[in-house]
Design a protein around this ligand. Structure first.
Ligand code: FES
Length: 574
């Protein structure tokens, strides 16, 4: 293997005959690597988000072994290291609170160690953006290895979609259409294998967008977690990252403005999660790409839905993969995507997908025969959201996309839970449910609470959607006429804080407008009387978060993490 011995970053730790080099090597030798592992070959850090508390990533020990095989085969030296893992279903108060913390863990673990290139093993929602953000701030050659979606859920002969069907069935229970016993029976058939949510939720979205960005091998991110091809891909990724180090193909060469534009357009055509907005904005900030919330609307609002997956459609990730996966979508999008990008295999995503074949037109459509028109995320403006808000029209009831209604206001999620099931709550289906206190700073952590459950008396009428607005996020598996990410959030004094019961709110998605129909004079009066909420935390990480988190329209990164510091070799302490 012809490497320029001593030219890689890792040589700064173990080349030479001095005390420090010897110290670094002798301690690594306790794991038994042959001496030639220190001969100047590329050292590949395998950043493993395995955790039994993150079931979506619980198979990553095996996945890491497959990556290692590939690294060895290509003449590299693999070194696996753990990082914080964020299990979406379990972590409280919300996994999003810790995305930035995990990104710091990834960044410093890479920079502080003898690593020349990185393979990021990602699965569950936040592990993908956190890993990418951390790696981007170091700017070494980087490849993302997707942990793959779960097999389809099964219940009484029908397919089940993770998240989406939980929300649906829990509403059925509240509406009296399903018993609690039946609801609990669903539990055993929902998550039947390793992997992440198999709807087009946030994990599937971010995996697919990683491929669209070019940071994962073509065709790799939709492979089901229990499919042998997942391990084949991991081995190939292991081989490829060694070559990327030799080529000095750094993450900043892949994550260009054009790559982000491609990802935004692909997000529309796959019916991707609104969470992609926040994560892509934060990631762009790390690599210095000038990306704005409005780009999501400008670049993609009029694109059609090409993928018939829940929650916008019918099918699940397994069907998507068997139908040809993301390369088919990329090929079908044709000139909508830029070929002036470079992916981890050295070619553009357009070139990589040129020969992709579709095997199931029920699941993957074409620009002409699509599943919905204008599927992109809409960015709203108005006196309720001066810095923007988002809605996913493809997942909403069309009739509600233009709506005026009376506000029913909940000051925070505890207030909501205390009153929503009250038969005396003054609400009907024409009202607009308003939730405050669920933004990045207010909750804190920017939780997925935006798809508020409907009042039981409305569900009992067979109504399944209402306009709901908040400064929260929404699970990528959820659906409805739900306005999210209102910026500035209520807890920092955004206009959402001033909404009162009985106010009229107007939503007009066609005109991109979210308006509080209250006079400026009255709003000024309310603003003068508004008191910021008491701080919930006086110490620890949560305080750091509240003190430094940016608003949703900036990606909710920390102000001091925006940008990159590269990966210079730090001085030693021996
Ligand atoms: Fe992990 Fe959905 S809970 S991906």
């Amino acid at each position: 293997m012809s490497d320029n011995k001593g030219s890689f970053r890792s040589a700064g730790w173990w080349s030479g005959t001095g005390k420090n080099a010897m110290l670094h090597r002798e301690r690594m030798r306790n794991q038994g690597p042959p001496p030639d592992m220190f001969d100047g070959r590329p050292v590949i850090g395998i950043c493993n988000t395995f955790s039994e508390l993150n079931p979506c990533n619980a198979h990553f020990r095996q996945l890491a072994e497959a990556v290692k095989r590939g690294v060895y085969q290509a003449g590299g030296f693999p070194v696996e290291f753990p990082t914080m893992s964020l299990g979406e279903p379990l972590m409280r108060p919300t996994a999003m609170l810790f995305r930035n913390l995990m990104s710091m863990d990834v960044e410093e673990s890479i920079r502080g160690n003898p690593v020349d290139g990185v393979a990021l093993l990602t699965g569950c929602d936040k592990t993908n953006p956190a890993s990418l953000m951390g790696a981007a701030s170091c700017d070494l050659p980087t490849i993302l290895v997707s942990g793959g979606p779960m097999l389809k859920g099964k219940y009484r002969g029908r397919d089940l979609g993770s998240g989406t069907d939980v929300w649906r069935f829990s509403e059925d229970v509240r509406a009296g259409k399903m018993t609690e016993e039946e609801f609990l029976e669903v539990e055993t058939g929902m998550a039947r294998s390793n992997g992440f949510c198999m709807t087009m939720g946030t994990a599937s979205t971010m995996a697919s967008l990683s491929e669209a960005l070019g940071i994962a091998l073509p065709g790799s991110t939709t492979i089901p977690a229990v499919d042998s091809r997942l391990y084949l891909n991991a081995t190939l990724a292991g081989r490829r990252i060694v070559e990327m180090v030799r080529e000095d193909l750094r993450i900043s060469k892949v994550l260009t403005r054009k790559a982000f534009e491609n990802a935004i357009r692909v997000n529309a055509c796959i019916g991707g999660s609104t969470n992609a907005v926040v994560h892509l904005l934060a990631l762009a900030g790390r690599v210095g790409v000038d990306l704005d919330l409005s780009d999501f609307d400008i670049l993609a609002h009029d694109l059609p839905l090409l993928v018939n997956l829940q929650p916008s459609g019918e099918y699940l990730m397994e069907d998507f993969y068997y139908g040809g996966g993301l390369p088919v979508v990329i090929r079908e999008m044709g000139d909508l995507l830029s070929a002036d990008t470079i992916s981890v295999n050295g070619k553009s995503i357009v070139e990589n997908s040129a020969q992709a074949e579709c095997y199931d037109r029920k699941v993957i459509g074409t620009l002409e025969k699509n599943f919905k028109q204008r599927a992109g995320i809409a960015v709203l403006k108005g006196n309720l959201c001066p810095d923007g808000a988002v809605i996913k029209p493809s997942a909403a009831t069309a009739a509600l996309l233009q709506h005026r209604g009376r506000a029913v206001v909940f000051e925070d999620i505890d207030d909501f839970h205390a009153r929503i099931d009250d038969a005396n709550l003054d609400v009907d289906e024409t009202c607009v449910l308003v939730l405050k206190g669920a933004g990045p700073r207010g909750y804190p952590g920017f939780p997925e609470l935006g798809n508020l459950p409907l009042p039981p008396k409305i569900l009992a009428k067979g109504i399944t959607d209402m306009v709901r607005i908040s400064d929260a996020r929404m699970s990528g598996t959820a659906y409805g006429a739900v306005v999210l990410h209102i910026s500035p959030e209520s807890s920092v004094g955004g206009p959402l804080a001033l909404v009162q019961n009985g106010d009229t709110i107007e939503l007009d998605v066609e005109k991109r407008r979210l308006h509080l129909d209250v006079s400026d004079a009255e709003l000024e009066k309310r603003r003068a009387a508004w008191q910021p909420p008491e701080p919930q935390y006086s110490r620890g990480y949560a305080k750091l978060y509240v003190d430094h988190v940016l608003q949703a329209d900036k990606g909710a990164d920390f102000d001091f993490l925006v940008g990159q510091s590269g990966a210079p070799i730090p001085r030693h302490s021996h």
